[in-house]
Structures are given as structure tokens and as C-alpha cells.
Design a protein around this ligand. Structure first.
Ligand code: PGA
Length: 245
């Protein structure tokens, strides 16, 4: 049984006060859900990670980072290593978010190095895959997502691959289901069906309290990666509740 996983990606939002307030409020409102009915994570900007970890205290809410660099340490100005994330209290890290792929220009090769380094360093990667709107319109979804999956998992043994959560990016619940089923089948082909059945495949893209239940009702949608709606505690908690009903 795959436990629902709801993660709030705060992107480049919040400041020190609002990040602590948001963490406090989410922790207070999810005391019964977190850890029991669902896996919950918040993914703040790097600089607020320690403060958010502290604010979440002993709640069962995990903390993730939005990105990581694959080298262990050294002359990589501006980058953050896996061990730094671990040291700051992170359990998860997003790898290859669409905004990093398309705004920053990250390649599948770089993302694969990040996924691999995260697993080796003991931080669980959330590998984001998904086509651009133009690629969907051109009927290239399967081709694009298959390429990103194969390159993202490149070189990973079955054991290492089992540490990965996949986050897809699509529009309606039906489209999400279609792509997620394809992703699960692909994991079955790349590894085996046991791993495919265990793998958590999240949906990312405009999840809201009022569409969360319909998305989560799809058999292959196991979780939600929430952007905008994760910045309001009431909305984020509403999504968690709708996902676990
Ligand atoms: P959104 O973002 O919910 O604001 O669409 C999701 C994501 O990109 O992580």
C-alpha cells in the first residue's frame, strides 16, 4: 500500500518570519495526519531550512530542499551539497523540477548526477519529470517523459532506485492517471513490477483543496507536489485532508 505523500514546494517565496509562521501553522493543524495517514513534507528555500526544521520540532513533517549539487565539497561557488542538506535536517530533495530544467537549463545528465548523489548521501530524491505544454500539444508526452525517466534513473541499481519518488507534471486527473500509469509501467520494464508497485508517483501542477481528491482518486496518483497552494497553511492542510479521506 502506497501511503499518500503531500509535499509543499515553497519555491522562491516566504521570508524568515513567514516561513516559520507557515511551518508552525502546518505542524499545529496536521498533528493527527502527519506520519499516520500521510507522508507530509515542506520544501522551503535553502536559507530558511534550519529555521523551518526547528519550527517543525517533533512533528512528523519532513523537510526537503528544492535542489542540490552532486559534488561532495570544494570550489563550487553558490552550490549546496547533499551532506549540507542532511546536516540542515533535510530528508528529501527535489531533482530536476521543471523550473530548473526550463528556466535554469538543467540537463537530464546533471539531474541524474544529483539523484545519484542524493541517494548515496542519504537524502531521498524526488525526481521531477514532465513535458512542456507545446510538447503535450505535439503528442510528445510519452517520448519526453520516457527519456527523462530513463536518463534520471541511469546507473541506479534496483535498491537505489527504490529510494526515488517520481513527480509527474500534467493537467487533468485523467491525463495525470495516463502519464502516471505509463511511468509505473516504465519502472516495471526498467526494474521489475515489485518496485513499480511500491514507487510513489506524485502529481505536480496546480493542486488545490478542490481538485486534490479527484487527483488522488486516480489509481496511479500517490501524492501531490503542491506549489502555490502550499503557501497558505489552510489550503495546504485542506489538500492533505482531501488526499487522505
Ligand atoms: P503549482 O506548482 O502547484 O504552483 O503549479 C507545483 C510545482 O511546480 O512544484
Amino acid at each position: 500500500m502506497r501511503k499518500p505523500f503531500v509535499a509543499g514546494n515553497w519555491k522562491m517565496n516566504t521570508d524568515s518570519q513567514s516561513s516559520i509562521r507557515l511551518a508552525d501553522e502546518i505542524a499545529a493543524r496536521t498533528m493527527e495526519t502527519a506520519g499516520d495517514k500521510a507522508k507530509i513534507a515542506v520544501i522551503p528555500p535553502f536559507v530558511y531550512l534550519p529555521a523551518v526544521v526547528k519550527a517543525l520540532g517533533s512533528s512528523n513533517i519532513a523537510v526537503g530542499a528544492q535542489d542540490v549539487y552532486y559534488e561532495k565539497n570544494g570550489a563550487f561557488t553558490g552550490e549546496i551539497s547533499v551532506s549540507m542538506l542532511k546536516d540542515a535536517g533535510c530528508s528529501y530533495v527535489l531533482c530536476g523540477h521543471s523550473e530548473r530544467r526550463h528556466i535554469i537549463g538543467e540537463t537530464d545528465e546533471l539531474i541524474n548526477k544529483k539523484v545519484t548523489a542524493a541517494i548515496l548521501g542519504g537524502v531521498l530524491p524526488i525526481l521531477c519529470v514532465g513535458e512542456l505544454f507545446e510538447q503535450r500539444k505535439a503528442g510528445q508526452t510519452a517520448e519526453v517523459v520516457t527519456g527523462q525517466m530513463k536518463k534520471g534513473f541511469s546507473g541506479l541499481s534496483e535498491e537505489k532506485a527504490s529510494a526515488v519518488t517520481v513527480a509527474g507534471l500534467t493537467a487533468t486527473p485523467e491525463q495525470a492517471q495516463e502519464v502516471h500509469a505509463m511511468i509505473r509501467k516504465l519502472v516495471g520494464q526498467m526494474y521489475n513490477w515489485t518496485l513499480a508497485e511500491q514507487m510513489c508517483i506524485m502529481y505536480g501542477g496546480s493542486a488545490k483543496p478542490d481538485n486534490a481528491a479527484a487527483l488522488m482518486a486516480q489509481p496511479d496518483v500517490d501524492g501531490l507536489l503542491v506549489g502555490g497552494a502550499s503557501l497558505k497553511a489552510a489550503d495546504f492542510v485542506g489538500i492533505i485532508e482531501a488526499s487522505t479521506d
